[in-house]
Design a protein around this ligand. Structure first.
Ligand SMILES: *Cc1c(COP(=O)(O)O)cnc(C)c1O
Length: 399
């Protein structure tokens, strides 16, 4: 069977049933096995909710195919392990999501895969870290945490240059983690990336209730991603797939636009506040990479989509201690109602995090990350304002 026939058949089963039974919402089906029509079939029919979700995700990313996983990390593992093998090398940007960083540092080297980091915001210097056995360039944009951007089209041009000199079986693959921007706000494949990975747990799921992940790209990978997923135990459960299909993906544009509008208001408020030293939000005029942001982060109608994440730093009495940042976050944890302290992002609840103390990572001790949700922007601003006042004028707030 040709790849394309197989692809179109995977979602067709559920669509056909939905049409016959006149469902408005696809039926929530769960079964770990499906009846086969005859002994000649090479493939088992995929679970239909998952297959429909995958068709939709492929469409959203502009990919030939998408394969879902039990978590973002399941998808990232599959993407990396299908592009590099023992004796080969993965070059990544040196700031990554914590779990991705641990996978590259602690696990892949055990299987003989070399990994190292470089600064992908400075491509001239990143080039020097390329090795003859490098098979993967990997990064997030915006980078989870400091929200710096990496120029996807420029990295793609670099990868094309290298691939012109290489035999096809030695080809370099470029993988972008699109979790923060989502396909609604940025399509890395259109900008020249080979593969895109995303945690569905975050913005695409959006409600903070389900774990999932996906990888999308050329259909030559589809069968090996699916067998990796089966053999390493990374299958997305049909119930979660149905939630992403019915609740998450269709509401992504509305949620994202609304959250983004609030993020813009909050970023402007923080930027003007005298107690704030620095704010990074791609939508601000003061954002150092604003030209790249406008070129790269666009929704399906070509409108600027600076996203829902803000990174900022308070003024500190003693630099690099993060003392005020800790006080600020502790005040919010105990007094705020609209803002929640939690180590996640991309859901309808506004989440605040002090990565330095919460993850113990070797990071900027003063940095605070805010993931803006659906609460009323004025309420969020009120709570931020109150917390800042308390930290900077403690004598006004003695009980
Ligand atoms: C959360 C996250 C991941 C990991 O996703 P899980 O679904 O939690 O496994 C990967 N990349 C980024 C950028 C993330 O924010």
């Amino acid at each position: 069977m040709q790849d394309q026939d197989w692809l179109s058949e995977r979602g067709a089963h559920l669509k056909k049933r939905a049409l016959e039974e006149r469902h408005v919402v696809p039926p929530a089906s769960t079964s770990v096995a499906y009846q086969l029509e005859n002994s000649q079939r090479q493939f088992q029919l995929d679970e239909p909710s998952r297959a429909m979700l995958e068709e939709n995700l492929a469409c959203a990313e502009g990919a030939e195919c998408a394969v879902t996983f039990a978590s973002g990390m399941g998808a990232i593992s599959a993407a990396l392990c299908n592009c590099a093998t023992a004796g080969e090398h993965i070059l990544s940007h040196n700031l990554l999501d914590g779990a991705t960083c641990s996978l590259l540092k602690n696990w892949l080297p055990r299987f003989g895969i070399e990994t190292s980091g470089a600064d992908f915001t400075q491509l001239e210097s990143a080039r020097r870290h390329l090795r003859p056995n490098t098979r993967v360039l990997y990064f997030e944009s915006p980078v989870n945490l400091d929200l710096r951007l990496i120029d996807i089209a420029a990295v793609a041009e670099w990868a094309r240059e290298i691939n012109r000199e290489r035999r096809p079986e030695q080809r370099l693959w470029m993988i972008v983690d699109n979790t923060l921007a989502t396909p609604y706000g940025q399509r890395p494949l259109r900008l020249g990336a080979d593969l895109v990975v995303s945690s569905l747990t975050k913005n695409i799921g959006g409600f903070g209730a389900d774990l999932g992940g996906m990888v999308a790209g050329p259909s030559v990978f589809e069968n090996s991603w699916m067998s990796f997923r089966k053999d390493f135990g990374g299958l997305l459960s049909p119930r979660n797939a149905w939630h992403f299909l019915v609740y998450g993906l269709p509401t992504l544009p509305v949620r994202f636009r609304q959250q983004q509008e609030s993020a813009m208001k909050l970023a402007r408020f923080l930027e003007r506040h005298p107690c704030i030293e620095k704010v990074a939000y791609p939508g601000l005029e003061s954002f150092p990479q604003r030209e790249l942001a406008r070129r790269q982060m666009q929704d399906y109608d070509g409108r600027f989509a600076p996203g829902t994440m803000i990174h900022f730093r308070l003024r500190e009495p003693v630099p690099n201690t993060g003392e005020n940042a800790r006080k600020f976050i502790d005040y919010l944890a105990n007094h705020a109602y609209a803002i929640t302290m939690a180590a996640s992002l991309g859901q309808i609840r506004t989440l605040v995090e002090h990565p330095y103390s919460m993850s113990g990572a070797p990071l900027d001790p003063g940095g605070i990350r805010l993931s803006v949700g659906l609460e009323k922007a004025d309420d969020l601003i009120h709570e931020l304002s109150e917390a800042l006042e308390t930290v900077f004028q403690p004598e006004n707030h003695r009980p």
